[in-house]
Design a protein around this ligand. Structure first.
Ligand code: SF4
Ligand code: SF4
Length: 113
């Protein structure tokens, strides 16, 4: 079992989550983060840290079905991120927006740190 990052992270990317992860298993895309499912030790401390409530356990069917594979795929491609960085300037305006994946998901990597 692992935790997964879902749609709410897209264009929010507050990065509060990376500060608390004891095993540094977050990876950064251009406008969202993902968790490496084989590195996550399932401690759950990141879940309440996310202001966008984007992090869910993969025991939740919807999270696992929609986001499990995406977290696995992109955590193998994108760079590791271990320290908080400034959120995008318009992050708050995207926080309540739903269905962001079709138009706003980017497969491009972030910068990592
Ligand atoms: S805290 Fe939430 S919105 Fe921010 S990067 Fe982590 S998962 Fe994404
Ligand atoms: S559940 Fe724990 S190990 Fe997994 S991503 Fe969150 S903080 Fe890291």
């Amino acid at each position: 079992m692992a935790y997964v990052v879902g749609e709410a992270c897209i264009k929010c990317k507050y990065t509060d989550c990376v500060e608390v992860c004891p095993v540094d298993c977050f990876y950064e895309g251009e406008n969202m983060l993902v968790i490496h499912p084989d590195e996550c030790i399932d401690c759950g401390v990141c879940e309440p840290e996310c202001p966008a409530e984007a992090i869910k356990p993969d025991t939740e069917a919807e999270a696992a079905e929609k986001w499990g594979e995406l977290n696995r795929e992109y955590s193998g491609i994108w760079p590791n991120i271990t320290r908080k960085k400034d959120a995008p300037a318009d992050a708050d305006s995207w926080k309540e927006v739903g269905n962001k994946y079709p138009e706003h998901f980017s497969a491009n990597p972030g910068e990592g740190n």
